[in-house]
Design a protein around this ligand. Sequence first.
Ligand code: FMN
Length: 358
Amino acid sequence: MWPDRRLCQLLGLEHPIIQAPMAGSATPELAAAVSNAGGLGSLGCSEMTLDDLTASVANLRARTNRSFNLNFFTHPAPRPDQAVFAQARERMLPWYRRLGLGEPAMAAAPQGPGFDDARLATLLDLKPRVVSFHFGVPDRASVSALKAAGIMLMSTATTVAEARALETAGIDVVIAQGFEAGGHRGSHKPRAPADGVGTLALVPQIADAVRLPVVAAGGIGDGRGIAAAFALGAAGVQMGTGFLSCPEAGTDAVRRAMLRDATETDTMMTNAFSGRAARAVRSDYADEMERMQIDLPDFPSMYDLSAPLLQSTKPSEVSFLLYGQAARLNRELPAAELVARYVAEAEAVFARLRTGQA
Ligand SMILES: Cc1cc2nc3c(=O)[nH]c(=O)nc-3n(C[C@H](O)[C@H](O)[C@H](O)COP(=O)(O)O)c2cc1C
């Protein structure tokens, strides 16, 4: 039924539907259920230790023998800029006081880059069928080593220039992520422009610019969105928000409740938690930081200052609940059933468009 089967052939899938890697929310149970249903399950591995990564893959492999995707952020090691840290700390002090928290950290804890030789070696050992990156690509040697091991590589682009850069770097599949998307923007620039490009505009322009299969991501919440992605020139979709309401997802109770009543205007783009732009539920803290427009510590050092604020009990005051603009379309279904629904809905749209019958 799929009008473009390139992604299915390349990644060994029945359906070109990728469950987005969502660090903290995509569990091995969720990823395995999606892969077993014929899509591509993914794990967001950026925040995992190497032991966690190995254990998660063992857990996944115990549940499925199909393709799955392991995802990593590729940000450089954050620069220890004490002046920037001190300025952000100063601005956040009133929030610490208001929430009755202690003193904010005086300096960022040293951290390495998102992707490094140890992760590379572990991946070469684990040999997943697919690895995806967010924020760009790792160095050329890592890309070559992963490709030489027969691993298919995907990465996110938020502009045409980024998609071209991924093609030049040897990536196999481009994920075109529109501004509607929940979670961190995969922009290759640490300070992404506030006026991002939406999925409807981005996908056809990237599909024209590169020869690689393009996967559409951002604001796709049902079979209509999936069919639209193919009309725009995509060979598949990556959906994150839609899978957050599955019982297998690691979504916390507060976010599950918010997703039940979600609207298209709940969220905003904010860098006030991690130091990089992400779409999350609007909050007073994020609004205020947005108005201030100050330099923030590099991703992910900003979490050293923002994490304690998340103890606030009111999501509208301070929260970092990631979801996208199409959350209202979410359904609370087991992942296998959800994938089957998405496939059936897309098929119905394709048929309706072919026959012209409403
Ligand atoms: C809760 C959440 C966490 C996410 N974490 C990651 C991540 O760890 N790595 C990544 O590449 N993308 C991540 N994303 C972005 C997704 O890959 C994808 O671009 C996005 O979910 C698509 O838009 P949608 O949420 O409207 O479906 C995340 C998205 C959400 C909603």
